[in-house]
Write a protein that binds this ligand. Structure first.
Ligand code: KG4
Ligand code: ZN
Length: 363
């Protein structure tokens, strides 16, 4: 195990990788205990809604406009002075590079001005470490990250040590919900809209379950989206009940895929870690808000003797408390960064993972 300092640490975190501008203050009291002293999130949803997705230039400019205010508010809410801040952490990737640069430059400048360490945080690592903050969960555990930009099954072994078991070959799960919503004329973000309509319909439309039964727990959503488009075109013009049935069928197909992929992930996780495999599944990302998927995950977890850990919704979606916590975890282990550390659009948690393209597909 790396050298770890368990002295109390307070870290300011900054998140600007997508369409949320966020700042938070978190205290780390011991090996796995954390307290959120402030958690400010400014969503840009209304700025992007009319475009049906996040527009990078608009996002970057909006981060510039509100980040300073978000940081001041976080400091005010924490009730602490700057002298209490022992480090400053900012998401440095992966994400939209314009927004990342805003957060990283601000974080570095503040760290330099205050004479405290700067920590460049991987956004995926911040999601991955959240259960340490919310549940005091120890390592190792299995993580399913399902958001608008990411779909990954990861073994979280230690801070900085991850093994990617599965990823998506094309669209992320949240992206698939967003595209489904768009093609059915529902609003953005699509996930909540699809879920709402699905509740009014029946899963009567036959749709494929891509990747079902494949040995590696990868995902593929593009074919499902295309099948949905064909099914919708066949029924056009769509009545409200057609849309509801299409949504219910889409959601059911996704639930079946998630069930199968996670089941496969469990097997590989236990195979990889043997008796050291703590049977805990953590789910993070906006898609974890979907009630049908939560039910599916609870089912597959209990079938296989895994404990299901769902951080509260506001810590499942993008926030800066998770960034501050990841920063504190790194700082406690002496993992800090110099002023040259870059913002990077791509930053895999497991750089050794083989490319997933075509994985599991028989030649
Ligand atoms: O984690 P998140 O807030 O932001 C990032 O993508 O980083 O996730 C947003 C994604 C969107 O694609 C949204 O459609 C999806 O999560 N989502 C849902 C639901 N709520 C949000 N998907 C399915 N069902 C939901 N209830
Ligand atoms: Zn995220």
């Amino acid at each position: 195990m790396s050298k770890t300092d368990f002295a109390p640490l307070t870290v300011l975190g900054i998140e600007t990788s997508c369409d949320e501008t966020a700042a938070a203050v978190v205290r780390r009291d011991g090996e796995t205990r954390g307290a959120i002293l402030a958690n400010v999130v400014r969503s840009q949803l209304d700025l992007h809604a009319e475009y049906g997705g996040v527009v990078p230039e608009i996002a970057a400019r909006a981060h510039v406009d509100v980040l300073d205010l978000a940081i001041s508010k976080a400091m005010d809410d924490s009730g602490l002075g700057w002298d209490s801040i022992g480090g400053i952490a900012a998401t440095a990737g992966p994400g939209l590079v314009g927004g990342l640069i805003v957060g990283v430059v601000t974080g570095k400048a503040l760290a330099m001005a205050r004479g405290v360490p700067f920590i460049a945080v991987n956004h995926l690592e911040a999601h991955a470490l959240t259960p340490g903050l919310t549940h005091g969960l120890s390592f190792p555990y299995l993580l399913l990250l399902v958001s608008g930009g990411h779909t990954q099954l990861l073994i979280v072994e230690e801070v900085g040590k991850y093994r990617r078991l599965g990823t998506t070959l094309d669209d992320a799960l949240g992206e698939a919900f967003d595209k489904a919503a768009k093609l059915l004329g529902l609003g953005y973000p699509g996930g909540p809209a699809v879920e709402l309509m699905a509740a009014k319909g029946k899963p009567t439309v036959p749709l494929p379950r891509p990747m079902l039964g494949r040995p590696e727990p990868h995902f593929s959503l593009a074919g499902l989206k295309t099948a949905l488009r064909h099914a919708a075109a066949k029924r056009s013009p769509l009545s409200e009940s057609d849309v509801a049935d299409l949504c219910a069928s889409f959601q059911e197909a996704v639930a079946d895929v998630v069930h199968d992929r996670v089941r496969r992930g469990f097997a590989l996780y236990v195979e990889a870690l043997g008796s050291k495999a703590q049977k805990a599944l953590v789910v993070a990302g906006g898609v974890a808000a979907n009630a049908r998927l939560r039910e599916t995950l609870a089912g597959v977890a209990s079938e296989h003797g895994f404990q299901l850990i769902l951080p509260p919704p506001e810590l499942c979606t993008d926030n800066a408390a998770m960034v501050a916590w990841a920063g504190a975890e790194r700082l406690a282990r002496g993992l800090i960064d110099g002023p040259e550390v870059p913002a990077r659009a791509r930053w895999p948690l497991d750089p050794d993972a083989p490319p997933a393209i075509g994985a599991g597909v028989k030649a």
